[in-house]
Structure formats: C-alpha cells, structure tokens
Design a protein around this ligand. Structure first.
Ligand SMILES: [Cu+2]
Length: 662
C-alpha cells in the first residue's frame, strides 16, 4: 500500500461509512487535472495584472473574512469581523471596541462560517457581504467599497448560529438559525427536560438598510438542530428553506442518537406570510437582550442594547411553515437558479433528494399532510420529490450551480465533487478532491445567474497537500475549471483559518468603487486634529489625551513629558495623508493592547496605562517612506505624584499645559 493510500484510508476511517471509498478516481497525485503546464497557465496572473474574481473566504475559527483573487489563489486582505485583530487594532482601538460588544459582554473571538453577498433581483450586487458568528449568535455587514465591517447585530433566543446569513433575492432579509436548541427564554433547568422545553428559532434579520439591521421577527420551531438555509428565487421567491437534523430531539451522544430516524426535515417558511401575520398582530413581543453595533459617519462604532423581539408561532399563523421529509440528517439545502428545485444534502443518505417547489405548492393546496407537528404540517415525501440523484458519492453535503443546467455536489466521505444534470438528475462527471470536502463555491453559484467558470472545493482535511508545518496544517482549497464537459483540477491554495464557505464575484463589480482614502475635511471624529498647529496634550485628573498627527515622516508631538505611572493615556492619532496606500501605524514600548493602523484622513485612538517609570519610545509600524525608520518619538513616564509638567513638541522647545490646570 502506498503512503498516499494509507493517508486516505486513515481519513476515511473517521467517517461513518468506509468501505471502498477511495477506489474511485483517486488515481494520481493530482487526479484528472490538466498537464502541469496547462494548469499553471490557466491560473497564471502575470505581474501587474489583476485576478478575474474577488473571492471572499470565511475564516472559520479565525472569526474573520479573507479576500483572495481567483484564479491565482493569492491572499489580498484579511477583514476582521468577530475576532480582535492586533494587525490593525480591530477590537482594540477605541473606535472599534464597540463592534465586539454583545449582551454577554465583550467577545474577543467567534467562529465565522458563511459569507453571503447582498443581492438585487437574485444576483450579487457588490454592495455588501454578510457573515455569521456561530458561537455567540450574530451577523455582520461588511462594506465592499472599504472592505470594512460596518455593522453587527446579535441574534437573541438562539445558540450556535450556523445556518446564517442566507439572504433573500432583494436582500430584504437574511436568516439565522439556532443549531443548538435551547430553552426559550433561556433559563436554569435540567437538560433531561429537553423534550418540549428546548426550542429551535428561525430568525429573519432586516438587511437592506445600511445601519438599520435588526431582527424583524423570529419563528419558534420544534427542538431540532437547524443547520443551513437558502432562499427561494423566481417562482419560489418569498420562501426560505432550512435544513434540520436531530428530529429525535436527542440531547446526548448525538452521533448515535440523532441518526436513528430515516428522515429529518427541511422547514419551508413562507416569509411573506410571516410579514402578514406580524402585520395582523399574530406575533407576540418577547423580552430579549441583544445588541446592535454600528460604525457611524464619524467612523466610530457605537453599541445599542435592544430589549424585545417579535416572535411568531406556527400554530398562531397558519400556512407559515411546512416540513418536507428529507433523508437523512440533511446538511445543505440549495435552490437552483430557476428557483424550481430544492436540493438537499442528506449527509448520511445514499441519494441526493431534489424537491419540486411546484409539487410542494400543489401538496399544500391539496392538504396532503402525513402529520402535523407543533402546528407545522408535514408533507408527504413522494408527493413533493422531483427526483433523486443516484450514485452521488458518499456523504453528499452542498450543491451549487453553473447556470448552464448543471449542479455540482460535494461528497464529504468519498472526497469528490459530483456534477449532475438538472434536466434528468443524472451524474455526468466526478472529480476527486483532497480531502473531505465541505462546501464548494462557484462565483454566483447560489444565485439566479451564476458566473460558472470556476469551482472552489473547500476541503476540511489537508494531510499531505502542502509542506508539513507541525501538527497544524494550512487548510486546503482547490480550484477546478468547470467551463467544459469535464471538470479539471487547476490549483491547490492554502486558506486562513478554516475555509468553511466562500462567495465570489467578478472583480469589475468592485474595482472601480474602492475608497482610496478618507477626506480629512470630512473627518468628524471628535478627537481629530487636522493640522500640526492644533496638536496638544491635555490632562484631566488621571486622564491624559494626546491629540497627535502623523504625516511622512514624523509624528506631532514626538516628545511628550509629564505622563505618570497609572495615568490612562489616550493617543488620538490622525493620519494627515491624502494619498492612496499611505497608512501610518502607531505602537509604544510596553503597551498591553495592539498597534493602531490609521488610514489616510482617519483618526484612531489607543488607550495605554503605563506601568513603569522610564522613557518609552513610539514609532510608525507601517512602512511609509524612505524615512519611515526615522518616524518615531519618546514619551517620558515619571513616578506617580512627581509633578513633572505636562509638555509636548516636535522639532523645537516643548509647549506645556500650565501646572495649575493639572
Ligand atoms: Cu509612517
């Protein structure tokens, strides 16, 4: 047995089913790829040229979003979202701290899974990208002119916000699901009393008004695990489809106890009907604590606590939710570009079930229900199924579409991508991927009009694909050409954190609208100083404010005296540059936080409580000019109560605040 085969079998043994998985397709080191030279030229972006697509990769357990170019796989930027990011001071600077505020307090980390582009008429429009926080349920909006997180709203009555933030065709709502059912409202009770007390929640967040994201309504559903979602489109616009597993309502050893039933459910929610029920007063207002964080026009984030939420129950809003029986512990749910087919990834199923929206509506009208659970009618599988894709690979999870009549489904256990025809649900091609693929992404592949040239496989295991780096390996993504009849593997590229899911769109949709700098005359940060003449240091009791500027290649002031141990010092640094690509950085000896990275025209504030007497140098951390190394200064820290006068300056005698004012 070759070393490669041993690795493969080792990976497979982790899965539920192992027999004969790796026999198909995994013939050579790269599978059925082009010749190395042809593949290289297909992904080659010549020096000075641009990539064709922006790809937005979720950072998984990094809590952030990374931006990559396709087809090159080059990393362009990390956009911090839910995790503190010392590289630019996100979550450390006074202007950004409020973004990580939650009803539980300051959350320095989260787990970000699914980026989702804003849409107009079912097509990504390049305004914003949203992403979920899984651990402490939240959704964020990132502006795609600045590549910066602008807004975060917390989801109350929820735990494990995995199925999020999937969006409706005109960005009316994005959804959030509770992967973990919990008591609603959450309270102290025995876990053994799960059944009937632990509930799922399907949340709809208003998403089309920047700065006004809010939980519009929530739908209380049985205590299953709600996993993923996708919106209807075209004929199915107005509906949202959610997968669930654990219809057994197990609360321990789910790997056994949540896999007993033959079928679980897709919950089909008519969200336009929900709007009617809310308007008619069929919802109730429930106390709930959750926060909404927004970056204002002054580029300062503020946090607001909200104290109630609107909750709908299916029993008091008829025709709101239906259950579609779906084999077996379904994971992904994907709607094809026409909006006619709802494809489930039954991760333990032997086929890919494809539900028909038309048949679903017909079954609803004819009231062909096999059961009603908590006011939710259960439709009959045979009445709504359009077809089943046979031989789809083992462990089918997620499907995207190329806009030419084909669907592509990942198979986790057999590590492959399977291409099948929507016309007759027949498999037409398959390609091995390395290894254990979760999501896949085709640019626009979940939209009404995919840009179906490339497919990115987002793999969970890396094993031997890269130079080894100790126990932790870079996670692996693979680029596949889907422009022809046969899929062709082009490129492996590493990702930051876990490559959970991704979205992509043509570069031309974003390139021209990029913000290159912030206009200094529009800087309304209350601590901004717009000329060196206005720089100063003030003391108010134990609080010291340093109003500082940075411009190539000095700080003003760059000599500061009169700081004492235990003072709280706020460095408000304004970058006076009005040129693209000239950020300045700021850090001082012994700071317990992070650096600041200050964009041209912007102001950022870092708080420092000096703990030691002595001279503390500070310097610019972002290489800015030939004299960058000269861009430095000194802070003198004296013992507490030493009465050294507060004094500051650049290039001359120090100015001081009269001692009497101290
Ligand atoms: Cu500099």
């Amino acid at each position: 047995m070759s070393m490669r085969n041993r690795v493969l079998l080792g990976a497979a043994a982790v899965g539920v089913v192992t027999a004969g998985l790796w026999a198909c397709g995994s013939t050579g080191r790269s599978g059925p790829s082009l010749s190395a030279a042809d593949a290289a030229s297909a992904v080659y972006v010549a020096p000075g040229e641009y990539d064709e697509f922006y790809a937005f990769m979720s950072g998984g357990f990094s809590g952030n979003l990374t931006v990559m170019g396709l087809p090159s796989g080059r990393l362009l930027k990390t956009v911090p979202v839910f995790s503190q990011f010392p590289e630019n001071g996100w979550g450390y600077s006074e202007e950004t701290k409020a973004m990580l505020q939650t009803s539980y307090g300051f959350a320095a980390w989260d787990d970000a899974h699914h980026p989702e582009l804003s849409m107009t008429d079912g097509v990504p429009d390049g305004r914003w990208i949203f992403i979920n926080a899984n651990n402490t349920p939240r959704v964020a909006r990132i502006d795609l002119a600045e590549f910066e997180t602008k807004e975060i709203v917390e989801i109350p009555n929820s735990a494990g916000n995995h199925g999020s933030p999937f969006i409706t065709p005109n960005s009316e709502y994005l959804v959030a699901t509770s992967r973990f059912s919990v008591p609603v409202p959450n309270r102290d009770m025995s876990i053994s009393e799960y059944t009937g007390n632990f509930k799922g929640m399907l949340s709809f967040v208003r998403a089309d008004r920047a700065g006004e994201m809010d939980v519009a309504f929530q739908i209380l559903v049985p205590g299953y695990n709600y996993d993923l979602a996708h919106a209807g489109k075209g004929p199915s616009d107005g509906w949202m489809f959610f997968t669930s597993y654990n219809a057994e309502e197990a609360h321990t050893l789910l790997e056994v106890n949540a896999s007993k039933r033959d079928k679980d459910f897709i919950a089909a929610v008519n969200w336009k009907r929900a709007e009617e029920c809310v308007a008619q007063g069929n919802a109730r207002s429930m106390p709930a604590r959750y926060v909404h964080n927004v970056v204002g026009d002054d580029h300062v984030a503020r946090s607001e606590l909200k104290e109630s939420v609107t909750v709908l129950e299916p029993a008091s809003c008829e025709r709101l939710v239906y259950f579609l029986p779906t084999p077996k512990s379904p994971h992904g749910v994907d709607v094809d570009p026409s909006g006619r087919f709802i494809v489930a990834g039954g991760k333990l199923a032997t086929v890919i079930p494809v539900h028909s929206f038309e048949k679903m509506i017909q079954a609803i009208e004819e009231e062909e229900f096999e059961d009603v659970i908590d006011g939710i009618p259960v439709l009959e599988y045979d009445e709504i199924i359009a077809g089943e894709v046979q031989d789809p690979g083992l462990g089918p999870l997620h499907t995207e579409f190329d806009g030419r009549g084909y669907a592509y489904t990942t198979a986790f256990i057999s590590s492959e991508v399977v291409k099948w025809r929507l016309e007759d649900f027949t498999v037409v091609d398959r390609i091995p991927v390395y290894y254990s693929v979760g999501h896949l992404m085709i640019p626009g592949g979940d939209s009404r009009e995919p840009w179906g040239k490339y497919l990115v496989a987002l793999n969970k295991m890396t094993k031997d694909r890269y130079l080894p780096t100790g126990p932790e390996l870079a996670h692996s993504a693979q680029l596949i050409d889907i422009s022809g009849d046969k899929m062709k593997l082009l490129l492996d590229f590493p990702t930051m954190g876990e490559p959970h899911y991704a979205q992509a769109l043509p570069a031309e949709l974003l390139m021209e609208k990029q913000v290159k700098l912030y206009r200094l005359d529009e800087n309304t940060n209350q601590y901004a100083v717009k000329s060196e003449a206005d720089t100063r240091v003030t003391r108010n009791g134990r609080r010291v404010d340093v109003y500082m500027t940075a411009i190539r290649s000095h700080f003003a002031p760059d000599n500061i005296e009169g700081i004492e141990v235990g003072d709280t010092v706020y460095f408000h640094v304004t970058n006076l540059e009005q040129d693209w690509d000239v950020p300045h950085g700021f850090a001082a000896l012994g700071m317990e936080t992070a650096e600041l990275l200050i964009m041209p025209g912007a102001t950022r504030t870092l708080t420092w409580v000096p703990t030691r007497v002595g001279i503390h140098p500070f310097y610019c951390t972002d290489f800015c000019s030939a004299l960058h190394q000269e861009m430095q200064g000194y802070v003198r820290v004296s013992p507490r109560g030493s009465n050294v006068p507060l004094a500051w300056g650049t290039g001359g005698a120090l100015r001081s605040q009269p001692v009497a004012a101290q």
